[in-house]
Design a protein around this ligand. Sequence first.
Ligand code: HEM
Ligand code: HEM
Length: 185
Amino acid sequence: MTAAATSPDRTATGYSATARAFHWITAAIVIALIPGGIYMANAEPGPAQDLAFNLHRSFGVVLLPLVLIRFVWRLRYPPPPLPRDIPLRQRAIAHAVHGILYALLIIQPLVGWIATSAYRAPITVFWLFELPPIWPQDRVFSEALFGLHKAFGILIALLATAHIVAALYHHFVRRDDVLMRMMRG
Ligand code: HEM
Ligand code: HEM
C-alpha cells in the first residue's frame, strides 16, 4: 500500500458511500416531490390526481425518517471539511444552505402530515398502511397550513437550485473536487 493511500488527508477528502447514498436518494425524492406537488395541486380531480396524491404523500412521509436518520448519522460521522482554498464566506454560505435544507426537509413532511390530518384526508403509504391523523379536523387551519407547505416548497426549490448551480460552478468554473467528492467519494 502506498503512503498516499493510507494518508488521513486522502481518506478525509470525500463523502463516504453511506453519505452519498443518503444524499442522492434524498435529492431524487425532493426533485420528484416538487413538480409532483405542483401538478397535483392544480390537476383536475380524477384517478391521475389521486395517484399523484398517493405518491406525493408516500414519498414525502418516507423522507421524514430518512432525513432524521441521515442527520443523526451525520452527527456521528461528520463530513470532510470543504477545501481550505474556498473563501471563508463561501464555506459559511454552503454550510448555512445545507443546514437550512436539513431543517426544511424535516419540517416540510411534518407540515404536510399535519395539514392532511387537519383536512382529514387519509395518508396511505405506498398502498401498504395508513398513517394516523396527528391533528384534529379543522379545514380552515388545514388551508392555512397548505399555504405554508407551498411557501416551504418554493423555498426548498430555490435553495436546491442555488445548491445545484453552486455544485456545477465548482466543477466547471473553479474545477475543484467539490462535486466529485459527492459523486465518487
Ligand atoms: C419534503 C417533503 C415535501 C415536499 C418538498 C413537498 C412539496 C410540495 C409542493 C411543492 C406542493 C405544491 C404546492 C402548491 O402548488 O400548492 C405540495 C402540495 C401538497 N403536499 Fe407536499 N411536499 C412534501 C411532503 C408532503 C407530505 C409528507 C404530505 C402529506 C402527508 C404532503 C401533502 C401535500 C398535499 C396534500 C398537497 C396539495 C395541497 C393543495 O392541494 O393545496 N406533502 N407539496
Ligand atoms: C443534481 C442535484 C444535486 C447536486 C449536483 C448536488 C451536489 C452536492 C454536492 C457536491 C455536495 C457536497 C458539498 C460539499 O462538499 O460540502 C452536496 C451536499 C449536500 N446536498 Fe446536494 N446536490 C444535488 C441535489 C440536492 C438536493 C435536491 C438536496 C435537498 C434538497 C441536496 C441537499 C444537500 C445537503 C443537505 C448537502 C450537505 C451534505 C452534508 O454535508 O451532510 N442536494 N450536494
